[in-house]
Design a protein around this ligand. Structure first.
Ligand code: ZN
Ligand code: ZN
Length: 295
């Protein structure tokens, strides 16, 4: 076949082909762009929404943090460890780890002092020293010491003087006193007032808890005189998570009177540490400024 005999593509056909190719490309581009847009636009909206959600979420979190930080200091000055027979699954190292996880900045390990010279103290001090080397948390030494019926503290003064935090606690009542006075309430009031008068301690433990009457709390007609004694002696009141104590009204009267307050877990198990939402709830209805215990 001669060159001139080859089939010839007319120019319009070639132009149409070029147009189809271009149109196809443009179509693909448009389709791809549309698909991209469809993905992107919801994505963009989604991204914006996600961003907004995150922003709102972060705002809320920060607001929550600020609220929590402003309301309750991240300290816990009443935690029991392996040196309290009644505590379970607690040792000093694990307590520190839990306190770190819960965002606490200062804790005191305060085991029960029920004899004049607690035999566990040397090992206790060793454990505290060991724990201090492995954490940024401020770990204070302390004790929850029993108050005797005459208002004195069970543990000897020279020991108490070497501890950062001394918590006075009324855990039992003399039966003879109860029988004689025929009133557990009166007995508690008398012992607490005597303790505030003759003993030296930083914090009164579970202030409206009544030994022998576990389901009852110190009533308000006795509260004011105790609040007065606390204020006079500069003794702080704890908000005790373990006992859910004191009563809201007692707490409110303490705040109103200017008695210093401190949050305490009174933890006997690791899981009791760091329930700051409970402290927040207790303080939610209190409008007066709170004097937090400084230590
Ligand atoms: Zn106690
Ligand atoms: Zn305790």
């Amino acid at each position: 076949m001669a060159k001139s005999d080859r089939p010839c593509r007319p120019l319009p056909v070639l132009a149409l082909h070029v147009f189809q190719v271009c149109a196809s490309s443009i179509g693909l581009c448009w389709k791809a762009r549309k698909q991209y847009s469809e993905k992107l636009v919801p994505g963009c909206v989604g991204t914006q929404s996600l961003h907004s959600t995150l922003t709102v979420s972060i705002r809320h979190e920060l607001a929550g943090c600020r609220l929590k930080n402003s309301m309750v200091p991240r300290i816990d000055l009443h935690i029991h460890s392996e040196f309290s027979p009644c505590s379970r699954d607690t040792n000093v190292q694990d307590i520190v780890s839990m306190a770190e996880a819960r965002g606490l900045r200062k804790i005191a390990i305060t085991d029960h002092g029920v004899v004049r010279r607690p035999p566990w103290l040397p090992n206790y001090f060793s454990e505290i020293e060991r724990a201090r080397r492995s954490t940024h948390i401020d770990i204070l030494t302390g004790i929850e010491v029993d108050i005797r019926p005459d208002g004195t503290l069970v543990v000897d003064k020279d020991i108490l003087q070497n501890l950062d935090v001394v918590i006075g606690a009324l855990h039992s009542l003399p039966l003879w006193g109860v029988v004689r006075k025929k009133s557990i309430l009166e007995e508690c009031r008398a012992i607490l007032l005597k303790a505030l008068e003759v003993s030296s301690f930083h914090i009164l433990a579970h202030p409206t808890y009544l030994p022998l009457l576990w389901s009852r709390k110190i009533p308000l007609d006795l509260a004011d005189v105790i609040v007065g004694g606390l204020k006079k002696r500069g003794v702080a009141v704890e908000m005790n998570y373990n006992h859910r104590d004191p009563t809201p009204e007692f707490l409110r009267r303490c705040v109103k009177a200017g008695v210093t307050i401190t949050p305490s877990s009174d933890a006997h198990r690791l899981m009791d540490i760091g329930h700051f939402e409970w402290f927040e709830q207790q303080l939610a209805q209190i409008k007066e400024p709170i004097s937090w215990m400084q230590i």
